[in-house]
Design a protein around this ligand. Structure first.
Ligand code: PMP
Length: 354
């Protein structure tokens, strides 16, 4: 640390992203990326020479074309959407903008919530999950703090119903509820339509998972026009050109080819189903996932050991060294072939253990 680092940040524990290793080629099932490539339309857009030539110019700070296309797809108004550099940036703006009275979020959830709360010097409460790792909606009913809930939750993969989400939103119209729907396309029901009914709901989604665009960094938030105006005030006060021209061009093609991505989600959900049943046969307890990952623990093999043994065999999954979930691993759903390799390596690990 330099002598110049602001004392406010001395205690800040930065977010730790999943490993992006370079030492060897892994089957990478640790950061919930899509195993499927972007659609042919996106690949064509990327190869466009004109796009490359346009890179000398700044991108459209209003992201108008993409917002319009997206608004059509989501059946909202374009002024109810703000595009962000990954959904992390949407979350960052929401923590910065709307949390004067403090924040609550589940104790086991997306690690960035705590980092943002600390970064912006906010008061925060982390609410324990129930013993079965579900979120108890009653914990968030009628509180005064801004609520952040990942739905489905990560890393558990468990989901609250739309009715439960609506109850939380409706219980106190004077505080904002932010629903982080990074994984909503893998079998969940989105709260997006509720943004037209409630002015205290902000829904955040990403192109990183279901839309094979993690590398292009695109997310968005959707809520009533006033909330989106506030988000834009912060966006224009930090980085008005937060979405680069290449990402905007790829996003246009992505939204246009929506069916391609929804088909991929179906494939991932089918793979998830057969993978879960194979894992259960091998003695794993697997939570009921509505995500492109599962959260699993074995009855006799430790979480860290399983992670390390898989890594040694060229398969990377995500292990969290946190006491309450140390027995578990979060395993991204890849293609059938990738999951077959994981199952084969797991069999090998378990047989060695006996
Ligand atoms: N929310 C959740 C729950 C996530 O797991 C992630 C991915 N790490 C994000 C938001 C952020 O994703 P991105 O910035 O790539 O949109």
């Amino acid at each position: 640390m330099s002598n110049f680092f602001d004392k406010r940040f001395l205690e800040l524990e930065a977010y730790t992203p999943g490993e992006q290793p370079r030492d060897m080629k892994y089957i990478k099932l640790n950061t919930n990326e899509s195993p499927y490539p972007p659609s042919p339309l996106v690949i064509k857009a990327m190869a466009d020479r004109e796009l490359c030539e346009r890179m000398r110019l700044y991108p459209d700070p209003e992201c108008l074309e993409v917002r319009e296309l997206l608004a059509g797809l989501l059946k909202v108004d374009r002024d109810e959407i703000v595009l962000t550099n990954g959904s992390d940036e949407a979350l960052s703006f929401a923590f910065m903008a709307f949390c004067e009275k403090g924040v609550i979020f589940p104790e086991i959830s997306y690690g960035f919530y705590k980092v943002f709360a600390e970064l912006y010097g906010l008061k925060y409460r982390q609410i324990p999950l129930k013993d079965d790792f579900t979120i108890d909606p009653d914990d968030y009913i009628g509180t005064d703090e801004t609520v952040f809930i990942a739905n489905p939750n990560a890393p558990t993969g468990l989901i609250l119903s739309l009715l439960q989400i609506e109850k939380i939103v409706a219980s106190n119209c004077d505080r904002l509820v932010v629903i982080d729907e990074a994984y909503i396309d893998f079998g969940g029901e989105s709260a997006l339509p509720l943004t037209r009914k409630y002015d205290n709901l902000l829904v955040v989604q990403t192109f990183s998972k279901s839309r094979s665009m993690a590398g292009a960094r695109l997310g968005f938030a959707c809520g009533c026009k006033d909330i989106i105006r506030d988000m834009n005030t912060l966006r224009y006060s930090t980085n008005p050109y937060n979405i680069n021209s290449a990402t905007l061009a790829l996003a246009k093609a992505t939204v246009t080819d929506n069916d391609y991505y929804m088909d991929n989600c179906k494939k991932i959900m089918e793979t998830r189903k057969s993978f879960i049943s194979q894992m259960k046969e091998l003695g794993f307890e697997v939570l009921d996932s509505k995500c492109n990952f599962v959260f699993a623990k074995h009855k006799s093999l430790g979480g860290k050991e399983y992670y390390e043994e898989l890594k040694r065999r060229g398969v990377l999954v995500r292990h969290f060294n946190t006491s309450k979930i140390a027995d578990y691993n979060r395993i991204t759903i890849g293609t059938d072939e990738m999951m077959d390799v994981l199952i084969e390596k797991t069999r090998e690990i378990l047989s060695k253990q006996k």
